[in-house]
Write a protein that binds this ligand. Structure first.
Ligand code: NDP
Ligand code: MG
Length: 382
């Protein structure tokens, strides 16, 4: 039986991770979230973890009172979440926190020697070198939960080394605005942007999918997870979201992983790896699926993919900078303070103001986060 510390337990991935845990009979040792007292209370009552934490101090104080009849110890603040990932007894820490708030807890869990199941892609984008260096030093595995990266990971399993790997092909659904011009994009609303064609996800990543920034984040995530150069990664729009990604070897043989769009499969594989078991994923019937289509991405009207590719090529703090600028711009769009096309414009303008440096430490990433968020707000007059 595996034991798991789950960060971001009340979110879209967190809840699906608990579905998988319940089905497999695994033990949850810690649950952590931001402020959703009601949901985490239910989860504590069902899974009886050793620890639970909420970042929000008031919500954590409320939770402590609500679950005082249980044996779960309630912690609070960022330190509480970090302790849930690092000090609780789980052998695997599944990080499904949203945003670069997940970086510190990921690093602490690596330091504590936990196997990392990583949904929180912003961790690798903001602190890629710090995270991969720490994992190497501690001999800790980072198992991808993101569906594309899980696909690539699965495709690579038959290959003892990545030596003959020539190309990674990331598939993208294209989001709700596939085919729209910049003009048409200038009028889209939050409600339109939240209508994802194939995946049901948290709001931040759903907006990232609409701008295609999500695919840019995934390109950077792939660079760090699979030690490849950004130029080895291509993106193809695949509206059906059945092919989750592909790899190409030197002999032009292409391997793909297919399945219905259901995050419980990549979550389960990260938790059961290297074993495979039955899953709730619906069996793939190719007769029923019929056609699979592929298109070139529209880099002109959706500039976020190139923003991310250029950032990882620039290196240093630039990937962190564009990620943090996007987190702020994404939030301002969700608060109806800026328009859809303002998102890439603000990220580009704000990142031009960054004093980049090649070698950085964790504090530089946090300073960049504050600077980029302030700069985006200033540029947006918010
Ligand atoms: P949600 O918004 O649904 O959930 C986010 C979770 O993180 C919630 O539990 C939330 O708590 C918690 N949280 C928010 N802020 C903080 C913080 N500062 N510190 C600690 N916990 C916090 O997001 P998703 O589940 O959709 O996404 C989570 C991560 O997984 C993201 O990085 C996303 O890119 C990635 N991902 C998601 C996919 C999906 O299908 N949803 C697919 C692939 C990757 P509370 O509820 O209390 O606010
Ligand atoms: Mg993905």
């Amino acid at each position: 039986m595996k034991t798991i510390n789950l960060l971001g337990s009340t979110g879209s991935i967190g809840v699906q991770a608990l579905d998988v845990t319940r089905a497999r009979g695994y033990k949850i040792e810690a649950l952590a979230a931001f402020s959703d007292v009601e949901k985490i209370e239910q989860q504590i009552r069902e899974f009886k973890p050793q620890y639970a934490a909420l970042v929000d101090e008031k919500a954590a104080a409320d939770l402590k009172i609500r679950v005082k009849d249980t044996s779960t110890k309630v912690l609070s603040g960022v330190e509480g979440v970090t302790a849930c990932g690092a000090e609780a007894k789980g052998e695997i820490t599944l990080n499904s926190v949203v945003g670069m708030a997940g970086l510190g807890p990921t690093l602490a869990a690596i330091e504590a020697g936990k196997t990392i199941a990583l949904a929180n892609k912003e961790t690798l984008v903001a602190g890629g070198r710090l995270v991969t260096d720490a994992a190497k030093k501690k001999n800790v595995s980072i198992l991808p939960v993101d569906s594309e990266h899980s696909a690539i990971f699965q495709c690579l399993l038959g290959s003892p080394s990545n030596k003959a790997l020539k190309r990674i092909i990331l598939t993208a659904s294209g989001g709700p605005f596939f085919g729209k011009t910049k003009e048409e994009l200038s009028n889209v609303t939050l409600k339109d942007a939240l209508k994802h064609p194939s995946w049901s996800m948290g709001q931040k990543i759903t907006i990232d999918s609409a701008t295609m920034f999500n695919k840019g984040l995934e390109l950077i995530e792939a660079v760090w997870l699979f030690s490849v150069s950004p130029d080895m990664i291509d993106i193809v729009v695949h509206r059906e979201s059945i092919v989750h990604s592909l790899i190409e070897y030197d002999d032009n043989s292409v391997i793909a992983q297919l399945g219905h769009p259901d995050m419980r499969l990549p979550i389960q594989f990260a938790l059961t790896y290297p074993e495979r078991y039955e899953s709730p994923e619906k069996q793939l019937d190719l007769w029923e699926v019929g056609n699979l289509t592929f298109y070139k991405p529209d880099y002109e009207n959706f500039p976020c993919m190139d923003i991310c590719k250029n950032a990882i090529k620039s290196g240093g703090l630039m990937p962190a900078a564009v990620n943090c600028a996007n987190e702020e711009a994404n939030l301002l769009f969700r608060q109806d303070k800026i328009s859809f096309n303002d998102i890439p414009r603000l990220i580009i303008e704000a990142s031009e103001k960054l004093q980049n440096k090649e070698d950085y430490v964790l504090q530089d990433v946090y300073d960049t986060d504050i600077f980029m968020r302030e700069t985006v707000r200033e540029l947006a007059h918010c």
